[in-house]
Design a protein. Structure first.
Length: 227
């Protein structure tokens, strides 16, 4: 992983935003490998907050307690997974019960400001590829490359359904589609840092593209832009 040093002015940061299930994390991991960038999954950080708050019985109106809890959490990424206080929590945070509550915590302005600061600290230390909802618009406004990845709600529900089935997690397609539509609404309508395409982001619709097709498109933009 490329760690930056003071004299190093060759900074690279890649921002990937888009709605739930558009394939951001799969694609960010692959592009990250290609260019030796640290992959920062910011959705995982919001999910970790939801998980820990749930474990501690803190509903989303307990803002002070939640902020205190976050200040005690040590979060870092190892091999693309989020490690919190030494535990790999990747499996736990992708369970449907966390997906269904995470936007309640992600919409708290105080939570966002703490996590945005942590994310910027990571990008100051490492060359990163970061995915989320507000990376190009808030976290890394000066990112070297910005992409906005979309896909139809049906296609995104279909992908999530197949992924959960593969993990033997009981689920219904209709429920997943409903959850995705609800989450899109919440992500795009919250007052603080809603999901929106940055003016200077390149939009890629992945509905009819496979993973390699999207990765190749992004790699091409980066290759062309890299001096
Ligand atoms: O990408 P994801 O589904 O793992 O994101 C989980 C939740 O966190 C989702 O409700 C959107 C929110 N989120 C956010 O508000 N800002 C980010 N930068 C990343 C995720």
């Amino acid at each position: 992983m490329r760690r930056r040093n003071e004299a190093d002015n060759l900074k690279i940061s890649v921002a990937i935003d888009g709605p739930a299930g558009a394939g951001k994390s799969t694609i960010a991991k692959l592009v990250g490998k290609e260019y030796n960038l640290m992959y920062i999954n910011t959705g995982a950080m919001y999910r970790a907050v939801a998980l820990k708050a749930k474990e501690n019985g803190l509903s989303s109106n307990k803002v002070d307690e939640i902020c205190k809890l976050i200040s005690k959490m040590e979060m870092h990424f190892e091999n693309d997974d989020l490690i919190v206080d030494g535990e790999n929590i990747q499996e736990k945070i992708t369970m449907p019960e966390i997906s269904n509550i995470v936007s309640n915590y992600a919409s708290i302005p105080e939570v966002r400001s703490i996590l945005v600061k942590l994310q910027r600290d990571m990008s100051n230390k490492f060359d990163v590829i970061m995915d989320g909802r507000d990376i190009g618009t808030v976290v890394l406004k000066d990112a070297s490359f910005k992409f906005f990845l979309t896909a139809s709600a049906d296609e995104r529900a279909n992908r999530r359904f197949k992924e959960l089935q593969k993990r033997n997690i009981e689920c219904s397609y209709d429920q997943i589609l409903k959850d995705i539509i609800d989450r899109d609404y919440k992500d795009t309508h919250r007052p603080t840092d809603p999901l929106k395409k940055a003016d200077d982001a390149i939009e890629i619709d992945s509905t009819k593209l496979d993973i390699n097709g999207v990765v190749e498109k992004i790699n091409e933009y980066i290759r062309k832009g890299k001096k």
